[in-house]
Write a protein that binds this ligand. Structure first.
Ligand code: NG1
Ligand code: ZN
Length: 529
């Protein structure tokens, strides 16, 4: 990159269409794949700068997650496997929007502002999902990092790339920075946990996975041989026939509240769906009447936090555990967690980075978006205490067992980011250890019926929100109108917010019956126009 002439030459091969303005949002850059070539090249450049600045490996993931196959996107991953720090999101936006002939000036500005030593080495890990556009777009990223230590991982899930960036920068302390190393670490922890389950039949070990016709299907198949003894997988929507995220995948199942197409199951079978880059997961089953039952991120957070709280009690460890949710969390889940489980619940703005940061404030922070993106964070102090207890020869068997389970729970979790495969293994292990069926898990609390709608408006940015997006401040009168509508229904709640990833306003409503939730969502969407 010291060779700015080379950057200039390469940049001419990745020209920016005039007039196109994009913003680095909660999902990085995301839009139609045909608008993204210059963005990818420029993010390759930015990742290189970020690597020189942090003296660490940086990740670049090419994916548009649950969006349609025609879209694509890109996100940068910081040294510990976390999302790009917010001050650099601004650089990303600047670099993306700068005119073709001003690219070098913008680049030099960033180098100066951040006092980057350009003689330093750079190392960038690049990963991509299975979209048809991902091959050429990830090549554009590599053109940006050219000759500066770029490593192409090819097809990986988003969380696998986060994991490998973290492993690389912690000198292997978190694990080995390879996909194989990821499978080994997670499957070993899974086997250790599964040993503590009483004997299970093959049926009980069976799980149907909807891979959304994406990367998750490929990766879970790769992992299958490591899991053989303890798990029986049937993978549907593996990309051999259907289109990515089309009528399948976690987002479809969560929003439509119905089975994905392409899955063949019997009543009572335990099933889950990944999204297109395998960082989200939801579970579900159908009952003997054929009714569909969804176990979303809120139910997952409840299962995991209950399990952890019980283990902490058994281990005699005094660690503060909290659950972090967003406004989309079902009211019943919040009520159950606070009133019955008596855990701290925090609500943050939508977007994983907000939840992740909030979860870092506790000894153990369980965070999940209702859509199924989430993980668990253990503070260094909490990990140390668990480790010490596990090594303590003077404790009774019950405490020893709890410490051992906590240790392996830490190892099975991908703490860098929400991870469908890691979450799936943890959930399967918990159900096995507790001897719990999916129906029993579902019965922990009953969801309030709810509805999510999208509304197209001329400018979604006129809506400004407060109180973790639960109340609209502008336009004037909107919140009052929502309040009046909510009063008409029992156990009702509703809010609106501009989407960060699509040009729409999202409307959410819940109430005591599905009819009321539907009616309220409809009436609120009319108030948004
Ligand atoms: P937006 O489009 O801002 O609602 C969606 C999800 C987020 C998050 C991002 C990033 C909902 C309601 N929103 O954001 O939770 O996952 O995409 O992928 O599910
Ligand atoms: Zn995703």
């Amino acid at each position: 990159m010291a060779h700015f002439e080379e950057v200039s030459k390469q940049s001419d091969l990745h020209p920016k269409p005039a007039g196109l303005v994009l913003q680095y949002g909660t999902a990085g850059f995301r839009t139609s794949a045909n608008k993204l070539d210059h963005i990818m090249f420029r993010m390759g450049l930015l990742a290189t700068l970020r690597s020189k600045k942090t003296k660490a490996t940086i990740g670049v993931m090419v994916t548009a997650s649950h969006n349609p196959e025609e879209d694509n996107g890109v996100k940068l991953i910081d040294p510990m496997g976390e999302m790009l720090t917010s001050s650099w999101e601004d650089y990303a936006t600047q670099l993306a929007n700068t005119k073709q002939d001003e690219l070098l000036t913008t680049l030099k500005d960033i180098i100066k502002k951040e006092a980057i030593d350009m003689s330093r080495e750079a190392n960038v890990f690049v990963g991509k999902d299975t979209r048809s556009s991902s091959a050429s777009l990830s090549q554009a990223v590599l053109d940006g990092v050219k000759a500066l230590g770029g490593h192409n991982y090819g097809l990986v899930t988003t969380p696998q790339l986060h994991y490998m960036v973290c492993c690389q920068n912690t000198q292997g302390k978190y694990g080995e920075a390879t996909v194989e190393g990821y499978y080994r670490k997670l499957s070993q922890a899974f086997s250790q946990l599964a040993k503590n389950a009483s004997n299970r039949t093959d049926d009980q070990k069976h799980l149907s996975v909807d891979g959304a016709n994406g990367i998750g299907a490929i990766k879970v198949r790769e992992m299958e041989s490591h899991l053989k003894k303890h798990m029986q997988l049937s993978v549907f929507n593996d990309g051999s026939r259907g289109k990515l995220n089309h009528k399948c995948g976690a987002d479809f199942v969560k929003v439509q509240q119905e089975l994905p197409t392409g899955i063949k199951i019997n009543p009572g079978d335990r099933c889950c769906s990944f999204d297109g880059d395998a960082d989200r997961i939801v579970y579900y089953y159908t009952d003997s009447q054929g009714d569909f039952h969804l176990l979303d991120g809120d139910k997952i957070a409840t299962l995991i936090s209950t399990f952890l709280k019980e283990l902490l009690n058994e281990a005699g460890l005094d660690l503060k555990i909290a659950v972090v949710q967003t406004a989309y969390a079902n009211g019943s889940s919040t009520h159950y967690l606070e009133k019955t489980m008596k855990v701290i619940v925090k609500c943050t703005k939508t977007g994983v980075k907000h939840l992740h940061h909030a979860a870092q404030e506790f000894d153990i922070g369980v965070y999940f978006e209702a859509n199924g993106h989430g993980t668990v964070l253990f503070s260094d102090g909490a990990e140390e205490k668990i480790q010490q207890l596990a090594n303590d020869a003077n404790i009774n068997d019950e405490r020893k067992k709890a410490a051992f389970l906590l240790q392996n729970t830490i190892n099975i979790i991908n703490q860098t980011v929400g991870d469908a495969i890691s979450d799936m293994l943890l959930i399967e292990a918990i159900l096995a250890i507790k001897g719990m069926t999916v129906q029993q898990w579902d019965a922990i609390y009953s969801d309030l019926p709810n509805r999510q709608l999208k509304v197209k408006v001329s400018d979604r940015r006129v809506i400004d929100t407060t109180d973790a997006e639960r109340r609209a401040v502008t336009p004037a009168g909107l919140q009052e109108a929502i309040d009046d509508l909510v009063k008409k229904y029992q156990k009702a709640r509703s809010f609106v917010r501009p989407s960060g990833t699509e040009d729409v306003v999202r409307v959410y409503a819940e109430a005591d019956t599905q009819e009321s939730a539907d009616a309220l969502a409809h009436e609120v969407s009319l108030a948004v126009y």
